[in-house]
Design a binder for this molecule. Structure first.
Ligand code: SOE
Length: 386
């Protein structure tokens, strides 16, 4: 009997997140046929460094390779839409980094194309794949919190604190008109919608740019990389936000507040949320991802530690190790990819999807557009449904 061939992947982009995709794919036994980079020499060098069979001479060459079933897009935001469109047109499934596109017009088109092509398209909102985030969702679904009243929290980083910090995300032509909100705010919004099941109906946002200019290195620099020396830099004006303060109105009447920042010293990658319900509350923090706080009014508060033996089936299946064995960021990618590839291999593309789809990516782009408009107009803005 011949074993069924498992899908093969190709990864486009090898900055900070491309190699993280590669590692997660290796952990779930998915073959990576090759890598794409800005030119064939870089692709070949990266393939050798990362132990991948080949570096494609171009993106088009990867799409022309019949052995590639799934294209992972780990490239700057401005390339997401054109590359995803080309990959879908070539009959490939697509797993795209977030945000899905530069505008909601682009993401609407991508979601429609993916639907029509009958291919499986996902957006890498990986952070919802922490076991205790799934557990929080199960707790809410079981009604243990009661009615959701308040949803509040933050996503804080410090890697763009200094005006000498530079990354492609600071250039709106590559990253889009929103920066901190699109890059990390949408992770938070995706996560709380996933956990509560509630749609954000309206937003009020204030955006703050604390560095009007930044020192841009003349050569390339990868995300979270160390800074270039001052002599190799030029001053460039900055138009995107370092931070945002956002008010939210959810369907059903719950209210929310979110702080997003890339300039909060000491907060390396800190996503936190608290959900206050009419019976009890819960809170989670990505820098302590293996514990979930449960707030009680008439009895002692509790801390649930990640232990598959104590979790609901939906959360236990995301725990690769027994209780006390800490799991983290890399495991969320592995968990999302496992769900995505299992879906492709099962072959029923009409079945419900438990990974973030292009429709979810489009929802985040609708939110981004509404947030930008709200900040410009200084007013509440309703978020359209589609
Ligand atoms: C950079 O801000 C970044 O790498 C994001 O792009 C990721 O989505 C987040 O997980 C960590 O920070």
């Amino acid at each position: 009997m011949t074993a069924t061939r498992r899908p093969h992947a190709c990864i486009v982009g090898t900055g900070f997140i491309g190699p993280a995709h590669l590692e997660a794919l290796r952990r779930i036994g998915i073959e990576v046929a090759g890598l794409v980079e800005c030119d064939s020499e870089t692709a070949a060098a990266k393939a050798a460094e990362l132990g991948v069979q080949k570096g494609y001479p171009s993106f088009e060459a990867a799409l022309a390779d019949p052995s590639v079933d799934v294209v992972h897009l780990a490239v700057p935001n401005n390339l997401h839409a054109p590359y995803a469109k080309a990959a879908l047109a070539a009959g490939k499934h697509v797993l795209c980094e977030k945000p899905l596109a530069m505008t909601s017009a682009e993401s609407a088109e991508l979601a429609e194309l993916a639907r029509r092509a009958g291919l499986v398209a996902a957006v890498n909102y990986n952070l919802r794949f922490y076991p205790l985030v799934h557990e929080a969702r199960e707790i809410l679904r079981a009604g243990k919190l009661g009615r959701t009243l308040l949803v509040h929290g933050a996503y804080l980083q410090d890697w763009l604190l200094y005006n000498t910090d530079w990354n492609w995300r600071l250039d709106p032509k590559l990253g889009g008109d929103l920066r901190a909100v699109a890059d990390i705010g949408t992770h938070w919004l995706d996560m709380v919608s996933f956990v509560t099941g509630l749609r954000v109906e309206a937003v009020f946002a204030e955006l703050a740019t604390f560095h009007d200019t930044r020192q841009k290195p003349r050569g390339p620099i990868t995300t979270f990389a160390n800074r270039a020396s001052a002599a190799d830099c030029e001053a460039v004006p900055i138009t995107t936000e370092d931070a945002a303060t956002i008010l939210l109105r959810f369907a059903g009447g719950a209210r929310g507040a979110l702080t997003v920042s890339q300039v909060s010293a000491g907060r390396k990658n800190a996503l936190s949320f608290e959900i206050d319900g009419s019976k009890s509350a819960l809170a989670w923090d990505s820098e302590e991802p293996n514990s979930l706080w449960m707030g009680k009014r008439s009895e002692a508060n509790r801390i649930l530690l990640k232990d598959p033996a104590l979790l609901s089936p939906a959360a236990a299946r995301l725990s690769g190790y027994p209780g006390g064995h800490q799991e983290g960021y890399g495991d969320t990618l592995k968990n999302l990819f496992a769900s995505y590839y299992a879906y492709i291999e099962a072959g029923d593309f009409s079945a419900p999807r438990d990974f973030p789809t292009f429709d979810d990516g489009h929802t985040e782009m609708l939110l981004c557009d509404a947030l930008l408009r709200s900040a410009r107009e200084g007013a509440w803005v309703e978020v359209p449904r589609s």
